[in-house]
Design a protein around this ligand. Structure first.
Ligand code: ME8
Length: 513
């Protein structure tokens, strides 16, 4: 049986249209999902939208719409963007769906049955844009410490979750599962926060109506995070026998660092209370700025991922986002940076390797890979490198170190480029006695390129497929199992290579002015 692998993106708020930050998380998850499929896992890859809460209610009011109308409209933007960017999610959950609402109520019943819910009264500061409650001491100069905007004082009857009971169990879980919170710097931040002791958490509101009513007291609406986090189990149909495939507990929740506390404190506490197993890992990636500035509507510098893909290409954009910044650290998007990556890494290194290999095979052997004598030391070194890179990519993908996986792949690409330069096929071609050697060089390059196409596929599905076909690969590269390939002879003798246009056309720097 295939090993299950369950990964999730956050579910995005529908009060905003998708931007580069949303695309980043989703593309990272997509690369991992595609990779895990090629490693033989049965993958469940979930994304979706977070549609309830005051923020959405307010945005709808401002647009003169009902909240569900706003949600229906914006959800389409997310769905079509993911399609366009070739995101291969298994499911798309909307928190307004019946399956989700039923799961939230069932989850609440379990938490309540465990004695973790009580009715109290709530008075605190609240940041509407962040949907977060804040104590007096958390405020920064009287404003929200995260977004800097003004906060509101709220006092109302509210249901509470006994989060305070979970201080010790959570600390124990962090201690027993040192890899639960990634990267490690984030782990320290959360451990210190929990060590200070947890306050009970208000989980209902009576001041707005756009949400899921609490069973038994419908005047109360679930606090948006109690609702939203549960998407990770509601999408599986967890309470209606939907975990037969064994996807829960999730292998990894991928999120931005902004919502780490919700995922590593509240969410595991809710799960402990409801008696469900805890996710294996939460990975918080960093924040993108745009040309050195924070992305914001008021600055008018919000980058639309769809236009980026139109301008530079889908593969190019996916590659840039995952290669430019170590996953977990902050990064900056700039035109100069993306054009640089495209022209140097993609066009010069990878694309050029593909085109020079294919054109030489055509020039010297009429496009055909020939039967060759036993590999010489240089060819063996290349094969060794390809095998090492396959193993390295695996290690990095398991650690969500996407940029390191790509760096490893580029080591192979560079080694083949260097091997061509050193073997000098153009010199060998002048001497008929070297014909066997020349054929061996061509075969070694084609073999290595095929491995490169396999490893590139999770990141750059279009170019990888094009290269795969050019190298005579059967079917789609995405359907291949990486472990079934060995570099030696993976492009078998007799294969005819197809000429292709440039995998990654260069971008004229001056056209970018
Ligand atoms: O927080 N850089 O939804 P959201 C990198 N609905 N990533 C960014 C980013 C940036 N500048 N801006 C946003 C919510 N993101 C909740 C989640 S989950 C149960 C509920 C990404 O629409 C990043 O993944 O505000 C972040 O966590 C997410 O968008 C927040 O999306």
């Amino acid at each position: 049986m295939k090993k299950p692998f369950y990964l999730t993106t956050p579910i995005y708020y529908v009060n905003d249209v998708p931007h580069i930050g949303h695309a980043y998380t989703t593309i990272a998850c997509d690369a991992l999902a595609r990779y895990k499929r090629m490693k033989g896992c049965s993958v469940f890859f979930l994304t979706g939208t977070d549609e309830h809460g005051l923020k959405v209610e307010k945005a709808a009011g401002e647009a003169g719409e009902q909240p569900i109308e706003l949600a229906d409209r914006v959800v389409q933007r997310f769905r079509s963007l993911w399609e366009k960017l070739l995101v291969t999610n298994t499911d798309f959950i909307r928190t307004t769906e019946t399956r989700h609402k039923e799961a939230v109520r069932e989850f609440f019943r379990r938490v309540e049955a465990n004695g973790d819910v009580y009715l109290g009264s709530y008075e605190d500061w609240y940041c509407v844009p962040c949907e977060s409650f804040l104590t007096e001491t958390q405020l920064s100069g009287g404003a929200c410490p995260d977004c800097g905007r003004p906060v509101e004082k709220l006092k109302e009857e509210s249901y509470f979750f006994r989060l305070s009971r979970y201080t010790e169990p959570l600390l124990q879980y962090y201690a027993d599962n040192p890899d639960f919170i990634q990267p490690p710097s984030r782990r320290n931040e959360i451990v210190s926060f929990v060590k200070e002791g947890l306050r009970d958490l208000s989980i209902s509101r009576t001041t707005f109506s756009w949400g899921i009513p609490i069973p038994g007291n419908e005047r109360h609406i679930f606090y948006v995070w109690f609702d939203a986090l549960l998407n990770y189990v509601s999408a599986l149909g967890y309470f209606s026998g939907g975990n037969e495939a064994g996807f829960w507990p999730a292998d990894v929740h991928v999120i931005g660092k902004d919502i780490l506390r919700f995922h590593t404190v509240y969410w595991p506490a809710f799960l402990l209370s409801a008696g469900l197993p805890l996710p294996k890992k939460v990975f918080a990636h960093g924040w993108w700025t745009i040309e050195g500035k924070k992305m914001s509507k008021s600055l008018g510098n919000v980058v639309d991922p769809g236009s980026l893909a139109d301008e530079y290409g889908i593969d190019q954009m996916r590659y840039f986002l995952l290669r430019e910044v170590p996953f977990g650290l902050d990064g900056d998007y700039s035109r100069q940076a993306i054009v640089g990556r495209i022209n140097s890494d993609l066009a010069n290194d990878f694309g050029n390797l593909a085109s020079r290999t294919i054109s030489m095979v055509h020039k010297y052997f009429d496009g055909e890979i020939r039967q060759v004598p036993a590999a010489g030391p240089a060819e063996l070194r290349l094969q060794e490198k390809a095998r090492a890179v396959i193993a390295e990519v695996d290690r990095h993908m398991n650690g969500l170190a996407f940029n390191k996986a790509l760096v490893a792949l580029w080591e192979l690409v560079s080694m083949v480029n260097k091997y061509i330069d050193e073997s000098a096929p153009w010199v060998l071609a002048k001497d008929p006695a070297q014909s066997g050697h020349l054929a061996a060089v061509m075969a070694a390059c084609a073999d290595a390129l095929k491995i490169a196409a396999l490893l590139a596929a999770p990141f750059m599905p279009l170019a990888a497929q094009k290269l795969w076909e050019a190298l005579g690969g059967a079917g789609t590269v995405a359907d291949q199992q990486i472990d079934e390939f060995d570099v030696a002879g993976c492009v078998p003798p007799g294969t005819r290579l197809q000429k292709i246009s440039a995998l990654f056309p260069r971008i004229q720097a001056d056209a970018q002015a």
